[in-house]
Design a protein around this ligand. Structure first.
Ligand code: SF4
Length: 300
């Protein structure tokens, strides 16, 4: 155990803390965490946490979800400026206007959104649960927010529903173009393409597998193929290279990087635990309203 790991282990015991990290965090952060997962797994883990303090190494909406699902706990976000540009693209007022325009529709809100937006939505979803959640709803019309790429992918899987898509996107996934995927395939013709549904539809057309981050990790592990082009944040290609040394992983492009997910450093985690900062504070009404749509997601 190195000095950092020793320090973190002492602080965790002293503060009764659980450290959760998203798969897109740097690998050194993943190594010092108690649990690493995608947003759905992190939400479930936070909900079940027995420890008094939850340290969320990820971006703000993930820490907010932890607070909403387990409100008596102290939730800390070690990098307080780690936001999500997609979550920031939509305001509660946008949702309210859409609801007025389409009163029969259910609002399905991707978890990559602020607590205030979840609070005015009917149900949340993750990329792994979106199809199942949309199918479970009696409504014919679905207002899907905020990711138009994930929304249009789910619309293609559930053609009997009518989708109203909000014009948001993940800048990291949306930046990758059809040209990028064609170039990657040309360079690695034997590789399978595994892509996240936050990518543009013209990129997903080339995918052999489309799924959440956890789904991509599983697909790579279970496949008999030896080479893969990874169509999601670049750390996943690094993680797979580390975990499956007999297979080869190429990022779809070298620019496939979310700067916000790279803001948390080990020193931030130590500082955060030592000083019990930066705490997520939400008002009770917002927690209750957002909890209803998040709990519906977790229970389906
Ligand atoms: S990868 Fe995209 S959706 Fe995820 S935190 Fe970064 S900007 Fe937000």
């Amino acid at each position: 155990m190195n000095d950092y790991q020793q320090k973190i282990s002492e602080l965790k015991n002293e503060k009764n803390a659980l450290i959760l990290a998203h798969f897109y965090q740097t690998l050194d952060i993943q190594e010092i965490s108690d649990f690493v997962g995608d947003s759905f797994a992190l939400a479930k883990k936070a909900r079940e946490a027995k420890e008094q303090v939850i340290v969320l190494c990820g971006v703000r909406f993930m820490a907010e979800s932890a607070k909403i699902l387990n409100p008596t706990k102290t939730v800390l976000l070690p990098a307080p400026d780690a936001g999500c540009p997609m979550a920031d693209m939509i305001e509660p007022e946008d949702v309210i206007k859409l609801k007025e325009r389409y009163p029969e529709a259910a609002v399905v809100c991707y978890v990559n959104s602020a607590a205030a937006v979840k609070a005015v939505s009917d149900i949340c979803c993750t990329s792994s649960s979106a199809e199942r959640i949309v199918r479970s709803l009696p409504n014919k019309q679905i207002i899907f927010i905020p990711d138009k790429n994930l929304g249009s992918y789910i619309a293609s899987l559930v053609p009997d529903k009518e989708f109203i898509l909000f014009e948001g996107c993940c800048p990291t996934h949306n930046r990758v173009s059809e040209k990028d995927v064609i170039a990657a395939k040309k360079q690695h013709p034997d590789a399978l393409v595994l892509a996240h549904p936050e990518c543009r539809p013209e990129v997903l057309r080339y995918a052999d597998y489309i799924g959440s981050t956890a789904g991509i990790l599983k697909a790579a592990e279970q496949s008999d193929a030896k080479e893969f082009i990874i169509g999601t944040e670049i750390t996943i290609a690094d993680k797979l290279t580390q975990e499956l040394p007999n297979k080869t992983f190429y990022p779809m492009t070298n620019s496939f990087l979310c700067p916000n997910m790279k803001k948390t450093r080990i020193s931030d985690v130590i500082y955060s635990l030592e000083n019990m900062v930066y705490e997520i504070v939400l008002d009770d009404e917002e927690i209750q309203a957002a909890a209803a749509s998040l709990e519906r997601m977790v229970s389906i």
